[in-house]
Design a protein around this ligand. Structure first.
Ligand code: CTP
Length: 397
């Protein structure tokens, strides 16, 4: 999702840094528009570093790209935190003498406003009337909270906590189109032990599968995430049942069991095709094998093909195909052969390489249906790609 965060000139601007960080870590494309006054509290380099996007706060910066309109049109959501009394007044009256004012006017995205000011200013009838006007037009006001203010006073006026603002902001755009659906998502890479200290694994980070679980849960689905190895620092979404597995056998058992009453199973996990024929009870020692060690491997069951073959009517089974084929037509041909072989309803095809696809925060995918036709192509953050995959496969576009 593309989110514009407007930051205005209050001391709580420093707390907006963590709001921006939360939204970025959740996979959103965040563009910060600080007002001139906000820059007296927190500077441009901080906003650029934390949002991972350039920040050009001036109305007359980048005029050729018509930014005063473009940002507002691109935004799926606008959050203003902190919103000073002055900003609330200006928003209420449609003033547009800076980039933020223009962006808000040019946008039809939901507007979330987190007021922050002294109690006296908040309770002033002028501010209250302006806040009511914004609410009446559909803006969502989060806070202010009550508590100690910057000076010695205490009372309503503190900016709501960044996590609360993020939660309210995301809830404002949340579609509940998957409410009542039960979705099982597998994610991460399975690991096949060789001995007590070693395994055969793969470089899957689990990010795309976890993003799918997060996106489905955000859209109201009841989600079970079967998580094989997922990289450190990839947070699991809240409100999702997480089942940890290690090997393909464990993943197969968990997925099959949870699939029984699921409406959809999405196999984003990178499942090991082979496992060692034997797992050594004790560490494999070099002095027994010398310069060459041959490992004997045996094929694992194909969980996806099993799920597709045994699926109840109405259950949707989605597979993934991460391929190292750089040529688009050849990649499509591999995808078409794979969906025919696996028998699933949809196949999400993406190109991977040493530096592409796997650990990255972004992805580029094509979704094929049973006929081998491309249903959608999507590119962007793994969370936005997850939403597009859900649109295409769970039929709620
Ligand atoms: N998969 C599975 N069980 C396996 C291997 C893979 O369920 N033993 C699933 C993966 O979760 C993924 C899809 O099958 O959704 C495709 O995996 P992939 O490794 O690309 O397919 P393979 O059939 O193993 O073909 P390849 O020879 O390309 O590895």
């Amino acid at each position: 999702m593309t989110i514009v965060v407007g930051v205005t000139g209050g001391i709580a601007a420093y707390k907006a840094v963590s709001l921006v960080r939360t939204l970025v870590l959740a996979g959103h494309d965040v563009h910060v528009i600080p007002t001139e006054a906000a820059l007296r509290f927190v500077g441009t380099p901080t906003w650029e570093a934390i949002s991972r996007n350039p920040v050009e706060p001036g109305l007359y910066d980048g005029v050729a790209q018509v930014r005063h309109v473009a940002l507002g049109q691109a935004a799926d959501l606008i959050v203003i935190a902190p919103a000073t009394a002055n900003t609330i007044a200006r928003l209420a009256h449609g003033l547009a003498d800076d980039l933020l004012g223009n962006t808000v006017l040019a946008s039809s995205a939901p507007l979330v406003v987190a007021p922050a000011m002294h109690t006296g200013m908040w309770q002033n009838p002028a501010t209250q009337a302006n806040a009511s006007l914004l609410r009446a037009r559909g803006a969502i006001l989060v806070g202010p909270a009550s508590g100690p203010l910057t000076g010695t006073d205490s009372g309503p006026g503190r900016m709501a906590e960044p996590d609360e603002i993020a939660e309210a902001a995301l809830a404002a755009v949340r579609r509940a189109d998957l409410a009542g659906r039960r979705v099982v998502v597998s994610a991460g890479g399975t690991r096949e032990p060789l001995d007590p200290v070693r395994f055969l694994g793969n470089r899957s980070s689990g990010k795309q599968g976890v993003a799918l679980a997060r996106a489905a849960a955000m859209r109201g689905a009841t989600v079970t995430l079967i998580a094989a190895h997922v990289d450190d620092g990839v947070p699991f979404p809240s409100g999702v049942e997480v089942v940890r597995v290690e090997t393909t056998a464990q993943l197969r058992e968990a997925v099959t069991r949870h699939a029984e009453d699921a409406d959809a199973v999405i196999m984003a996990a990178a499942v090991a095709d082979y496992r060692p024929t034997e797992v050594a009870e004790r560490k494999i020692k070099k002095d027994r094998h010398g310069d060459r060690l041959n490992l004997a491997l045996v094929a694992n069951p194909d969980v996806l093909a099993e799920l597709a073959a045994a699926k109840a009517p109405g259950r949707i089974v989605v597979g993934f195909a991460a391929e190292t084929e750089p040529d688009r037509e050849a990649l499509l041909a591999l995808g078409r052969a794979k969906i025919a072989r696996k028998g699933c309803d949809f196949l999400v095809v993406n190109a991977v390489g040493w530096h592409e696809g796997i650990a990255s925060d972004d992805n580029t995918v094509m979704v094929l249906d049973r006929a081998g036709d491309i249903v959608i192509e999507a590119s962007g953050s793994k969370l936005s790609v997850a939403d597009r995959i859900l649109d295409a496969t769970l039929g709620t576009a």
